[in-house]
Design a protein around this ligand. Structure first.
Ligand code: PBG
Length: 323
């Protein structure tokens, strides 16, 4: 009745599904972002990111302990200083908010890897990622000096890895040189090599109060239409000394992740950004999709595309769902 060589598909029992699964997300793949502000005992909900909080250094250490308890290997810290100025001076203070959080977290959980975001947009009163010139344009080379100072001050406070996210030209090289000179030649650099000028950072800017007061970041962040440019950006950063390269955002750029994974041998990180988080949260809150399934599907897709590690606000939830 049926042709002899009829192609047959695997009957999918749960056991078979598990055995033939090509992609598995594990706690070891995850990095959890933490927002740090001044003060004590702060745990302030972020409106645009339901379930996420701004912490002070002491409560951040508590949150970090929970993250470590879930076997998530790393956290990524963002600082929200009390005072901002045109030069982002709070970013490289010895007792700055991130510097203190690093110390407290390392004291509470020495084995947790602490990564720090190196950028000026949270620290400048104009909200741009660098220092401005007389006509209000970001001055690339003046910015490099400040970024290098920030990276060294993070390393001095005990950060295990620094992650420059500003997209200035030459920053990885400048930071590498400054770290080496400062005696931190062992501190690796996770470079936001491929960072698109994206609408999906909206909730983050609310969380960190870092929306530019004028203009946008299109002059230094990448055009979403480009993928060959992503290869060039990544190649340059690797040449300058990046140890791990990142694509950001993640889900709208799976093809970029795949292209970089095929092209480079360096470990590849993808950032499931605030807007990707907020979209799933909002749709789930409205009853329009199943949150847990959407979370697992999206992180699995990011891993399948070729990411070795994923920065995600869902990281703790993913670990719970894996159990
Ligand atoms: C810049 C920085 C941003 C994010 C990470 N680092 C914001 C920006 O470029 O505007 C966004 C992360 C997210 O949206 O979750 N310091």
């Amino acid at each position: 009745m049926f042709p002899e060589n009829r192609p047959r598909r695997l009957r999918r029992t749960e056991g078979l599904r598990r055995m033939v699964r090509e992609t598995a997300v594990a706690p070891d793949d995850l990095i959890y972002p933490l927002f740090i502000k001044e003060g004590r005992s702060v745990e302030e909900p972020i409106a645009a990111m339901p379930g996420q909080f701004r912490y002070s250094p002491d409560t951040a250490a508590k949150a970090a302990r929970q993250i470590a308890g879930l076997n998530i290997p790393a956290v990524l810290l963002f600082g929200i200083p009390e005072k901002k100025d045109a030069f982002g001076t709070q970013a490289h203070r010895r007792d700055g908010v991130v510097q203190r959080a690093v110390q407290e977290i390392k004291r509470a959980c020495p084995d947790l890897t602490v990564i720090t975001d190196v950028c000026l947009c949270e620290y400048t009163d104009h909200g741009h990622c660098g220092i401005l010139d007389e006509v209000g344009r970001v001055s690339n080379d003046d910015t490099l000096e400040v970024l290098a100072k920030v990276a060294v001050s993070h390393a001095r406070s005990g950060a295990d890895m620094v992650a420059p996210s500003d997209m200035m030209d030459g920053r990885v090289g400048a930071i590498r040189e400054a770290l080496d000179e400062g005696g931190y030649e062992q501190t690796p650099i996770l470079s936001y090599a491929v960072k698109y000028a994206s609408a999906f950072y909206g909730p983050f800017r609310e969380a960190a109060g870092s929306t530019p007061s004028f203009g946008d970041r299109k002059a230094y962040q990448m055009d979403p239409a480009n993928v060959r440019e992503a290869l060039r950006e990544a190649a340059l950063d690797i040449e300058e000394g990046a140890d791990i390269i990142m694509v950001k955002p993640a889900l709208p750029y799976l093809d970029v992740i795949r292209t970089l994974a095929d092209e480079f041998d360096e470990p590849l990180c993808a950032y499931q950004v605030s807007g990707e988080y907020a979209m799933i949260k909002a749709a789930a809150a409205a009853g329009w999709l199943d949150e847990d399934r959407a979370v697992m599907e999206s992180v699995t897709a990011i891993k399948r595309a070729g990411a070795d590690m994923i920065i995600s606000y869902f990281a703790p939830r993913v670990v719970e769902l894996l159990r």
